[in-house]
Write a protein that binds this ligand. Structure first.
Ligand code: F3S
Length: 285
């Protein structure tokens, strides 16, 4: 059997940076309580390991509100501006591990809002990154995820400038489709494609591999939106696609009749887990 591992599988630059930041803080401040505001990445294995090192996850703004001391690390997804204010008010030390590509979107949202523009964020409204971006725009902000939402969208003031940005992990084709629908409304629009190239490259490579293999394995946490998208893309190109969190979720017998297997993984999947899957597939066949 031939096994092909995607070169782009696993941690992207922003996630690696955030994870390294947490371990560095643990090493440099053994005496201080360390918190991450939300899980640092969408991966249970990584979170469990951090817990072993004493890192606690703050789940809500209320939990943050109750803190009196410690270091709070902001994850790669970023947070609304209000969270920085709260940290400052409380005098807590903040270590910002927001991915620079997400930070750039915050800057755009803040600047364009400041100039009076209406902000449209193309993305999943439930994703924390999108909530963070929204929190840098003013009142005039809408999140659009579906064709229906794009068709329904209307500016109250048709003369207002419209600025469209995207969640970094959004699917490029879908982004283009939604933007084209909004563009037909003939508003004064600036479109900033803020999809991260790491995502695009990972998606394209996954699609290419999935097209030519008999079976495809996508490794990543079930809550990771970019892993879910990878699974969607791979399933469309290869009917025999499996979504697993770790090696334990996978029954090797499923690969009995295949000759070629492709493996890819989401941006928040640690190398250790990918290697384990890859080695086991190779050993078993
Ligand atoms: Fe950053 Fe792109 Fe990763 S936005 S967190 S490098 S997917």
């Amino acid at each position: 059997m031939k096994v092909e591992l995607a070169k782009t599988a696993g941690f992207c630059f922003g996630v690696k940076r955030a994870v390294d930041t947490v371990y560095r803080q643990v090493e440099e401040h053994p005496e201080s309580p360390i918190y991450t505001y939300g899980p640092i990445i969408h991966n249970e294995e990584v979170i469990k390991d951090m817990e072993k090192h004493g890192v606690k996850v703050l789940k809500t703004a209320e939990e943050l509100e109750k803190l009196t001391e410690g270091i709070v690390i902001i994850r790669s997804h970023g947070v609304p501006k209000s969270v920085y204010k709260l940290l400052e008010e409380k005098g807590l030390s903040c270590v910002d591990a927001t991915c620079p590509f997400v930070k750039k979107i915050h800057k755009i949202a803040e600047e364009q809002s400041g100039k009076g523009a209406y902000i449209v964020v193309i993305g999943n409204p439930k994703h924390p990154e999108v909530a963070g971006i929204k929190g840098w725009a003013g009142e005039d902000v809408t999140v659009i995820e579906t064709v229906e939402e794009a068709e329904k969208f209307q500016l109250k003031n048709e003369k207002q400038k419209l600025c469209i940005v995207s969640q970094t992990t959004f699917n490029y084709k879908k982004f283009k489709e939604l933007v084209e629908i909004i563009e037909k409304k003939r508003y004064d629009i600036i479109v900033l494609n803020t999809i991260c190239s790491a995502t695009k490259e990972r998606q394209e490579e996954a699609r290419d591999i999935a097209k030519r293999v008999d079976a495809m394995i996508v490794v990543g946490d079930k809550r990771s939106s970019n892993t879910r998208k990878l699974f969607e893309i791979c399933s469309n190109a290869c009917a025999d696609t499996y979504y697993i969190q770790t090696l334990d979720d996978f029954d090797m017998n499923q690969l009995r009749s295949v000759e070629t297997v492709g493996i890819t993984a989401g941006a928040s999947t640690p190398n250790k887990i990918i290697e384990e899957v890859q080695n086991n597939v190779r050993i078993n066949f």
